[in-house]
Design a protein around this ligand. Structure first.
Ligand code: C2E
Ligand code: MG
Ligand code: MG
Length: 598
């Protein structure tokens, strides 16, 4: 025979949600206060066992226990589940005489329960978490009314403590503000009441800035800065907008449904206030604020709204927009980025997704092609061709870029070796990222592969952009010098784009400067780049560097830069990047042509 399954309360789903939202109720670390509570009850009632139980989906968890070793039992065997179902106290004087429990495993087996008295632990709002119960292995007469009142009184102590734990789990220790768990609960409550609201995430600094602050100024500084930001936010937000702290230097607030109209003006005020430095420990810190906003409506709110407002805040910060509404396209972009990054890790290991194509570069005097630039191509199994301009910047934010660069260098050297065997003598320029030059690994790999294939370093050129110098300058220079020492040529790529600093031309011991293709778009007398390009060519030449113009699309541009002394050129006018086989055909055909250089 089996005991019947205990009944379920009517509000079982809300009860479960509450417990799910509060890991503190079912944590396995003991709580000194609750431990004392069960001891007092066991002493007072003179029972061998006393428990504080939390009745979950399939088990009852002992949040505090006296006289029992095991931490939980199945819900099917729970006496407390009866009291949870009705919200009333339950007393069983002899379990063997009670049809509900006669065949219960805890009665027929260990610990052999005969007497049980339990009172429900009811939270504000009427949800029953579990019970405080005293248990004996011998039958007992019914408890006196005074004793029952005492058991209920002790249960109130337990409830007060559980409530305290719940509140603590909702509060951020540093700021005393409510945290993301409370935000989540407040929003669910508001939506259940049929209200509309704006959920707002406020990000104060970029992850990199936060990291730098922590590393250079320490935890105490970060804490002080957080408190100072909290005070500023509190003073700028309307009093009825609850402020939360949802993660390090990331806050959130809820705009009540009746104040949606005034919200944009408040966001603009915040963005304006945080566009100036905040002084903390007398140091000025310039925040990079991003505010992400999403309107939440009953029955139309996505489960992951919290993630969405954080994404929106991040985007607003990156775009320097101050604040913006969440939009689906942005999320699609975010999801695509995450997917590409995940899949790129597989692509590097697969044999058929990545390949190199080669774009010829010609000497502007002889018209000869002496070198090619290796450009990475990725055919994604379902998304098709993905441009390196999309996936390289993503990979560069993660250690995955090293695997990509290793793949490229391996493939390029294998190709150079294969051409050598066929009698084709071409220098190959590969692109490496700033991160690749911040340590020895890539240089070590290049040295190893060249030696393995018995190739001279002069068959290779390494291109990188000025951003490489944002890292540790001396480490980068060491790598460059090591590569140059084995004959590898060094090129500064995309020079003139981004934060170009002309003194880099002097500071980086490069052999080649590649002028950014944006200069070539509109190269005409009187145009804004006309004098700059001419001056750059002459400066690089005076510093002893060879100048390569990228992005040459017309014969006219080609002639202009050649007349100014630019030595080499690359661009669609000469050739698009080519598959290996097409490159050989192009070279053969090229041997007889003059590219309009004559
Ligand atoms: P980049 O190194 O400056 O490469 C030149 C880019 O300009 C290539 O784009 C090329 O196809 C394009 N291009 C060449 N001639 C012309 C022209 O006349 N007009 C126009 N509009 N574009 C031209 P691609 O292949 O899409 O590569 C984009 C960027 O991705 C590269 O810029 C480079 O920064 C990066 N990249 C490509 N392959 C690799 C790689 O193997 N490793 C790393 N780290 N980055 C790579
Ligand atoms: Mg390049
Ligand atoms: Mg370039």
């Amino acid at each position: 025979m089996r005991a019947p399954y205990p009944p379920l309360p009517l509000n079982e789903l809300s009860r479960q949600r509450l417990i799910d939202a509060h890991p503190c109720f079912v944590e396995s670390n003991t709580d000194a206060f609750l431990d004392e509570v069960v001891k007092i009850a066991a002493l007072y009632f003179n029972t061998p066992i006393c428990l504080i139980t939390i009745v979950e989906r399939n088990r009852q968890w002992f949040r505090a226990r006296f006289g029992v070793d095991r931490p939980e039992t199945p819900r099917a065997d729970s006496f407390c589940a009866y009291s949870v179902a009705t919200g009333e106290s339950v007393e069983v004087c002899d379990a063997l005489q009670d049809d509900r429990f006669r065949y219960n495993n805890l009665v027929t087996g260990e610990p052999g329960i005969r007497y049980y008295a339990g009172v429900p632990l009811v939270l504000e709002g009427g949800l029953v978490l579990g019970n405080l119960c005293v248990i004996d292995t011998r039958p007992r007469p019914p408890m006196s009314a005074a004793d029952m009142a005492m058991l209920q009184q002790i249960a109130r102590l337990a409830i007060a403590r559980l409530d305290e734990m719940r509140t603590a789990a909702f509060v951020d220790g540093t700021t005393g503000l409510f945290n993301h768990a409370k935000l989540d609960e407040d929003i669910s409550d508001a939506l259940e009441r049929g209200e509309t609201a704006l959920a707002v995430a406020i990000e104060l600094v970029s992850p990199a800035q936060r990291n730098d602050m922590l590393k250079s100024l320490g935890f105490q500084f970060l804490t002080d800065f957080t408190l100072s930001v909290k005070n500023t936010l509190r003073s700028l937000l309307p009093a009825s907008w609850e402020l939360y702290k949802i993660s390090t230097l990331r806050f959130a607030c809820v705009v009540p449904g009746d104040q949606l109209e005034q919200a944009p003006a408040v966001f603009a005020t915040l963005a304006e206030a945080f566009s100036r430095p905040i002084h903390c420990q007398e140091l000025p810190v310039l925040p990079q604020i991003g505010i992400g906003v999403l309107r939440l409506e009953p029955d139309q709110t996505p489960d992951d709204w919290l993630r969405l407002i954080v994404c929106a805040a991040d985007e607003a910060r990156k775009a320097g927009k101050g604040w913006s509404y969440y939009d689906e396209q942005m999320d699609a972009a975010q999801q695509r980025s995450t997917r590409l990054l995940n899949d790129l890790a597989d692509a590097v290991r697969a044999h058929d997704q990545l390949r190199l194509v080669f774009q010829p570069r010609v000497d502007l005097h002889s018209g000869e092609c002496l070198s090619v630039e290796a450009l990475l191509r990725w055919t994604h199994p379902t998304l098709g061709e993905v441009s390196p301009a999309e996936f390289i910047p993503l990979a560069e934010k993660t250690p995955l870029i090293h695997a990509v660069s290793f793949w490229v260098i391996n493939q390029a050297i294998t190709q150079i070796d294969a051409w050598r065997r066929e009698g084709v003598d071409l220098k190959v320029a590969i692109n490496v990222s700033a991160e690749d030059l911040n340590n020895d690994h890539l240089t070590d790999e290049i040295v190893r592969l060249l030696a393995r294939n018995e190739l001279d370093g002069s068959c290779l050129e390494v291109e990188f952009t000025e951003s490489a110098l944002i890292g540790d300058f001396s480490v980068v220079i060491t790598q460059i010098e090591r590569l140059k020492a084995i004959g590898v040529e060094i090129a500064i790529d995309d020079f003139g784009s981004g934060y170009s600093n002309w003194s880099y031309l002097r500071d980086i011991p490069a052999n080649i400067v590649k002028l950014d293709r944006s200069f070539m778009d509109d190269l005409q007398p009187g145009g804004k780049d006309w004098n700059i390009v001419r001056a750059l060519i002459s400066l690089a030449r005076e510093l002893g560097q060879r100048v390569v113009a990228e992005g040459i699309e017309t014969e006219q541009t080609l002639k202009v830069i050649r007349d100014w002394g630019c030595q080499e050129a690359q661009g669609f006018y000469i050739s698009r990047p080519l598959e290996t086989g097409d490159l050989i055909a192009w070279l053969e055909q090229q041997a007889g042509s003059s590219l309009g250089l004559a």
